[in-house]
Design a protein around this ligand. Structure first.
Ligand code: ZN
Length: 181
């Protein structure tokens, strides 16, 4: 687990993953086949800070959003906070109109969803039963890194990432870098 020390101001218990039907489903392989490389999310510190700030700002409701990046890159570069249409401390889902616009924008830019994030506001940064159920469903794109931030502690945010590997939800390493270059 990674505990992130914050300077950030603040923005999520829990419901379904909120891809709102937005699988990036063209089958372009970004990640190497399971077993050939360690599962790891590499992400810039500035983006981590923005995700935590969003989670703090929306607390005590859950926050959700994505980080897009060039298609096939596995590199999250464009932070896109989304509206939690549920406005709930225990559930999140994307607003369908907003998600439609964002999806189209990503297509136009030859981007795809690299990271999906949401927050837990009173529990640890671990997938809930609902989260796991969603991830195991056919709706979830297994190539997407699933970040969960916990804002239950006002001073320290937990930032963890998960992947669906062979039908199981597994935690992956998070490497925070100052810059990708
Ligand atoms: Zn959750």
């Amino acid at each position: 687990m990674l505990v992130v020390n914050e300077v950030a101001t603040g923005v999520v218990r829990d419901g379904g993953w909120a891809d709102a039907g937005g699988g990036c489903g063209d089958g372009r392989g970004r990640r190497a086949p399971p077993g050939s490389l360690p599962n790891m999310l590499t992400i810039e510190r500035a983006i981590v800070d923005k995700i935590i700030a969003h989670a703090r700002a929306d607390h005590p409701d859950e926050a959700c959003g994505i980080v897009a990046g060039p298609a096939g890159s596995d590199r999250p570069t464009r932070f896109i906070p989304m509206t939690n249409a549920e406005r709930s401390p225990t559930y999140h889902s994307f607003d369908s109109g907003e998600w439609f616009r964002v999806s189209r924008e990503m297509d136009d830019n030859d981007e795809e969803m690299i990271v999906h994030y949401h927050s837990h506001t009173s529990t640890e940064a671990y997938p809930s039963r609902t989260d796991i159920g969603y991830l195991r469903s056919s709706l979830a794109d297994p190539r997407v890194h699933r970040v969960i931030v916990s804002t239950r502690d006002p001073d320290e945010a937990e930032f963890r990432s998960y992947l669906l590997v062979d039908g199981e939800v597994v935690e992956e390493e998070v490497e925070i870098v100052e810059s990708y270059e």
